[in-house]
Design a protein around this ligand. Structure first.
Ligand SMILES: NC(=O)c1ccc[n+]([C@@H]2O[C@H](COP(=O)([O-])OP(=O)(O)OC[C@H]3O[C@@H](n4cnc5c(N)ncnc54)[C@H](OP(=O)(O)O)[C@@H]3O)[C@@H](O)[C@H]2O)c1
Length: 278
């Protein structure tokens, strides 16, 4: 196994597995992605989602609104919740100002919430009964599994506590009996914490924020960050400084990113099975 983890290779393995699962399902799966307003990054993310869905045989519908009120949006979602041909619903974030994101997300049926962000799915995860879990967190766990990271008893430091990445990772890592430390913008002496980590997971959104001396020798470093600067992508870790010290590292791009959309496919399949059980 190379020190620099190849997320694209793992994506291909996982997509092949998920494609087989989809072939064995008698119904056609369908994902609806809702986008509001203009956002160039969102356009790219939605296009990538469409491409992967089409590749594995999931129907993809993109509902794009230039402007829509919160009530109208909730009403669209209610229609999709009641439409048995729709397997998964995803609201592309961020939503424009003036729309309460939490209200909109929580109007999605928890059985169709393929981003795993509704309060019911977050609650299920933290009460030890995960159902639909945020894709990036699942992608990170699959990377750790693939390199046979020994989570039980390991000191894992997660930098970032967002609902999308840091928080769900904490729950998933605890389930594997890791000893988890969560750091955030108010953490005092971050370097002291990160340099104790056997496994360091960084999801901050700050270009090359984690320097070489933040990392313990032979640590596993998972860089979730995606930061754009002058048309180039950078992670949250200063790759060139960290790569010489660590045991494994995910590059940006090509590390965690490819696994995120892959696990969206996993979640559409999971959503189908949850709805069948209900
Ligand atoms: N690879 C992928 O597929 C993928 C998927 C999702 C996100 N991302 C990327 O991952 C990064 C994080 O995304 P997100 O959605 O989790 O972002 P977010 O919601 O903005 O959360 C950022 C987190 O970083 C913490 N933070 C900010 N400054 C810090 C500092 N100086 N020291 C320690 N912690 C600090 C914040 O702490 P507070 O809670 O105290 O504010 C917050 O918990 C972004 O670059 C995003 O683009 C990548």
């Amino acid at each position: 196994m190379d020190k620099v983890i190849n997320g694209k290779l793992l994506r291909e393995e996982k997509l092949a597995l998920f494609s087989e699962k989809i072939k064995s399902i008698p119904d056609k799966l369908k994902l609806v992605v809702i986008q509001v307003g203009e956002n160039a990054a969102s356009d790219v993310y939605v296009r990538n989602k469409r491409n992967v869905c089409e590749r594995v045989g999931i129907l993809f519908k993109h509902l794009k609104y230039d402007s829509i009120t919160e009530d109208e949006l909730v009403s669209v979602i209610s229609g999709l919740n009641n439409d048995s041909s729709v397997t998964g619903i995803l609201v592309q974030l961020p939503l424009p100002e003036g729309i309460n994101t939490e209200n909109v997300i929580n109007s999605i049926s928890p059985l169709k919430d393929v981003d795993g962000l509704t309060i019911k799915n977050v609650g299920a995860l933290f009460s030890g009964k995960p159902r639909l879990v945020p894709c990036t967190a699942l992608g990170v766990m699959s990377i750790l599994d693939n390199i046979d990271a020994n989570l039980e008893g390991s000191n894992v430091v997660v930098v970032g506590r967002s609902k999308l990445v840091g928080l769900p990772l904490v729950a998933l890592l605890l389930r594997e009996n890791a000893t988890v430390t969560v750091c955030h913008s108010k953490t005092v002496n971050l370097k002291e914490k990160t340099s104790q980590a056997d496994i360091l997971i960084v999801a901050v959104g700050n270009k090359e924020f984690i320097k070489g001396d933040f990392v313990k020798k032979d640590a596993i470093v998972i860089d979730v960050g995606i930061n754009r600067d002058s048309g180039k992508l950078y992670g949250d870790c200063a790759f060139d400084e960290v790569v010489g010290k660590c045991k494994y590292i995910t590059p940006v791009p090509g590390g965690v990113g490819p696994l995120t959309i892959t696990y969206l496919i996993n979640n559409v399949i999971e959503a189908y099975h949850l709805q069948k059980k209900d």
